[in-house]
Design a protein around this ligand. Structure first.
Ligand code: ES4
Ligand code: ZN
Length: 320
């Protein structure tokens, strides 16, 4: 299974910082962490909800200071992803989380893109970057990031929307997405993770997104399921994340199987693998153990990840 080519389409680079790396970075950058060792940190990996996770995620990324730190984090992820069978990766970075603590946009983008630029040569993996906006920050702040990326001329695949969902609907970011579209960028957004199905409708109709990240709560709205199915809108589902953040009680209750049976264009991804118990191979293995999926379903999930990617047609054909 793990040797079917897969594309990772839903992965937050900052969520790949392993506890050992967090301590190494803290030491290198002279940052005092509020935990004395890896075990004490790992003991905190029990989350009541999305916000509880985000609090720890933002705290730990404060250990990243220099372009070299960002490059190292990115290359460590690519190394692990190659083992998982990932042949194409579209990864998220959260610039605002770093700008807010005084790290320049150039530093972040230079580090990440230097590692991604070498992904084919070093890991046989094509890759691209999606700049994700923090929805719990203002639309003006997101627009500033977009303007900053454009001014720097850093090539990116597109923009995304993440962080605390409830109370921050897609409608808040209409102008940001309109500008990104005018720039020829791809558009994705987290929607229907903790937030209601209405946020998925908004992401489609007001932002014009090409993929929905998570989207699991679409199953509460029959008309929405019909729309997503008819238009083959990709939903990048992260099963271990949903269990970890209590969106789903147990993996055996995950709607992935019903989503497949309804003909939705679903694929399986990692989200924040260091925090949620595993990378894309772990997600595949655990859903195939917990749900009633056959080999054809696993092949469908793998193929959907490739067809839903922003890779060009030549690269897609190589991976299908
Ligand atoms: C995230 Cl799991 C999740 N949801 C929303 N935003 C995020 N950022 C990083 N992980
Ligand atoms: Zn996510």
């Amino acid at each position: 299974m793990t040797h079917l080519p897969v594309a990772e389409l839903h992965l937050h680079l900052e969520g790949t910082l392993e506890p050992e790396t967090i301590f190494e970075l803290a030491e290198r950058n002279k940052i005092t962490l509020p935990y004395s060792d890896v075990d004490e940190l790992k003991a905190l990996f029990e989350f009541a909800d999305l916000q509880a996770f985000l609090d720890l995620y933002y705290a730990n990324m404060s250990t990243l200071r220099t372009a070299a730190d960002f490059a190292e984090m990115t290359d460590a992820y690519l190394t692990r992803a190659a083992i998982a069978g990932v042949r194409h990766a579209e990864v998220f970075i959260d610039p605002q989380a770093h700008l807010l603590r005084g790290i320049a946009l150039e530093e972040v983008l230079e580090g990440v893109t230097s590692a991604l630029d070498a992904s084919v040569a070093n890991h046989g993996m094509s890759s691209g970057l999606i700049v994700s906006m923090l929805r719990d920050q203002s639309a003006e702040s997101a627009m500033n990031v977009l303007d900053g990326v454009i001014a720097l001329g850093t090539p990116i695949l597109g923009i995304g929307l993440d962080s605390a969902e409830v109370g921050h609907p897609p409608s808040k970011f209409v102008e940001v997405y309109a500008k990104a579209r005018a720039e020829g960028l791809h558009l994705v957004a987290h929607a229907g993770e903790e937030g209601p199905p209405e946020y998925i409708w908004e992401a489609l109709d007001l932002l014009g997104v090409e993929r929905i990240d998570h989207g699991i709560r679409c199953m509460e709205d029959e008309r929405l399921v019909e729309r997503l199915t008819a238009e083959r809108v990709p939903l990048t589902v992260c099963p271990l994340s949903n269990v970890s953040l209590k969106a789903i009680g147990r993996l055996s209750d995950h709607p992935l199987e019903s989503m497949l049976r309804r003909g939705l264009n679903v694929s399986v991804h990692s989200d924040d693998p260091s925090y949620f118990g595993g990378y894309i191979d772990d997600n595949f293995r655990e859903v195939s153990d917990a749900l009633d999926l056959d080999v054809d379903d696993l092949v469908t999930l793998a193929r959907n990840s490739v067809t839903s990617s922003f890779a060009d047609d030549v690269r897609k054909a190589e991976l299908l």
